[in-house]
Design a protein around this ligand. Sequence first.
Ligand SMILES: Cc1cc2nc3c(=O)[nH]c(=O)nc-3n(C[C@H](O)[C@H](O)[C@H](O)COP(=O)(O)O)c2cc1C
Length: 351
Amino acid sequence: MFSCNDLALPILGAPMAGGPTTPALVVAVSEAGGLGMLAGGYLTADEFAQRIAEVQALTNAPFGVNVFVPEATASDPAAVASYREVLAPLANTLNTSLPAVTDASDDDYLAKLDAIVDAKPALVSFAFGNPHAEVLQRMHRNGIATAVTVTSPEEALEALANEPTLLIVQGASAGGHRSVHDQSREPNDLDAIDLLPQLMALAAETDTELVAAGGIDSPAAARTLLKSGAAAVQIGTLLLTATEAGTKPAHRAALLAASRDTVVTRAFSGRAARALRNTFIDRMDAHAPAAYPQVNALVAPIKAAAADDPELQNLWAGTGYRACRARTTAAILAPFITELTAAPDTEQDDR
Ligand SMILES: Cc1cc2nc3c(=O)[nH]c(=O)nc-3n(C[C@H](O)[C@H](O)[C@H](O)COP(=O)(O)O)c2cc1C
């Protein structure tokens, strides 16, 4: 079964659903010695299976996959309907229409689990919730390691009860959605560096490795987390401007311009997520309910109709986004390889 100790480079490439993660990005991270992670979110199970097969056709290196756990709490349809009314004039201006408010989709969760068992990647990580113990056991029986993403000691305790192989400890600086298990709760402002000391004792009882994520903007930042008890780190935002990433041009340009602040908002999806601040957030944030995935479905046509307009896109970004550079994945990871795989007696001081 996969362990972070197997990696030449103790880095997981964050799964980034919605376009940024491509099979080529996954392969590039894995071939650099880390673990590329393929995002399954928003895809159909068939599309997901096809992308897994694409990665397997391109490399023999180990890689992982990621899925969204369906929401445990139901959203309030009336709150979604009111947000729909707030969004309607903008949709009109863009000559598009908003879908009706529907029940939550489960993102093809069960069929994706079947696809994972068929394909047998090294690792499956779960976002947004605590998967059932039977789901983890089924993966383990098939030789697939498991990782549950947590954002607090309480979530870690609940996750550890089901004995996953790893915990992904996602801090408040992280780009994109925060993996709070109960979406109606406001996310805390703890970073991975704050959470690690609290979680190490818990995780040691079950031999669970911790992977730290959020805001990593340099090899030195990664090294600090590794020295604080993380077995590996998970890097997302820095890979958004990699040549192999499928990040949309408006998103890529906004990251490289480095001129905006990041904020946490529910405006695009109903779930708290960190993004570059723009007009859509300024206008809609105060109105958006905690209602993922219904809000995500409502906003989708607006984003599609204004794909080139950074003011109307979800420009997901972690706090370290100013370190983004337009380079190949290998070039982005090269300084991490130098610093994180150096022999102990040649280690450089923390900067
Ligand atoms: C564009 C984007 C999309 C993301 N999509 C996912 C996802 O599909 N599944 C997931 O578990 N995490 C997702 N995340 C969160 C990452 O796994 C990770 O926690 C985060 O990128 C770490 O912080 P950083 O972006 O500051 O490096 C996403 C992050 C970004 C920036």
